[in-house]
Design a protein around this ligand. Structure first.
Ligand SMILES: [Zn+2]
Length: 266
């Protein structure tokens, strides 16, 4: 019995050491920030793309990467605004988008997430549970500005929200759209490749110029239209060669590595 415990502890220690070694040999790239409209900034690097909008009454933040990134996110926001972060809108529950939630709650921000995504967080025993959920849509009004979070159906998960900044003509899609590769679907969190097609088509109905993907470089609406045409799921209308390519895209994503979403992000 004691031997078994010793072996388990040894395995655990080696596991942690291995993780540390992997991290120290391959530390995350430093975060970069860019202004994408008059009032919206994006922070790219290590985890999902963060967006934020400063207002006269406080800052509205979209997603907060991993826990380790929270101090730098706070510093980047502070370099633009002396107001506190008042609201965080999570696009979905994956830890590379919600890892900083605990730090944001500690800084007195309120976090808003689609109710299925919060349930996924509870099921995954994730820290930093948001206090506020919505089914279809949530609007945040602050300092004369408006931001809305909208659930458009299943896709990457069963709880993805797109975040729309009407005055800025900017849409943050979360992981419904990535410019770092093909669409990927987390079946374990209720994602659906078939539903994704309809969901992303609805996202295109918004009036926007700039689109912030969940991962990868900021794009224009035309880039999203092209990406959807390349990757859309139209089984009856597509020749077999394209359907094969589509499967290939999904398989490529499966081997993308554990940084995104940690668990089964396919
Ligand atoms: Zn994700």
């Amino acid at each position: 019995m004691r031997k078994e415990i010793l072996i388990r502890v040894t395995v655990a220690v080696l596991g942690v050491a291995g993780l540390w070694l992997a991290w120290s040999q391959n530390p995350p790239a430093p975060l970069t920030m860019q202004k994408v409209s008059d009032n919206v900034y994006v922070i790219i690097g290590d985890g999902g793309n963060v967006a934020f909008m400063p207002t006269s009454e406080g800052v509205i933040l979209v997603d907060d990467k991993f826990a380790q990134d929270a101090p730098e996110i706070l510093a980047r926001v502070k370099s633009v605004s002396d107001k506190p972060i008042r609201y965080v809108l999570n696009t979905h529950q994956h830890p590379d988008h919600t890892g900083g939630n605990q730090a944001m709650l500690a800084a007195n921000a309120e976090i808003v997430i689609q109710k299925n995504a919060r349930a996924n967080m509870v099921a995954g025993k994730q820290p930093g549970l948001p206090h506020i959920t919505f089914s279809e849509e949530a609007q945040v009004f602050l300092g004369g500005k408006e931001v809305l979070a909208r659930y458009l159906g299943r896709g990457h998960t069963n709880g993805d929200a797109v975040i729309y900044f009407p005055s800025e003509r900017v849409l943050h899609t979360g992981d419904l759209f990535v410019t770092s590769g093909a669409p990927f679907i987390d079946g374990s969190a209720g994602g659906s490749i078939k539903e994704w097609d309809k969901t992303i088509e609805k996202a295109l109905q918004y009036d926007f110029d700039v689109v912030i993907p969940g991962h990868g470089a900021v794009a224009r609406k035309a880039d999203l239209v092209k990406w959807v045409a390349n990757h859309g799921y139209h089984p009856d209308a597509r020749p077999a060669s394209l359907r094969r390519r589509r499967r290939g895209c999904r398989q490529a994503h499966r081997s993308e590595g554990p940084r995104h979403g940690r668990r089964g992000d396919v």
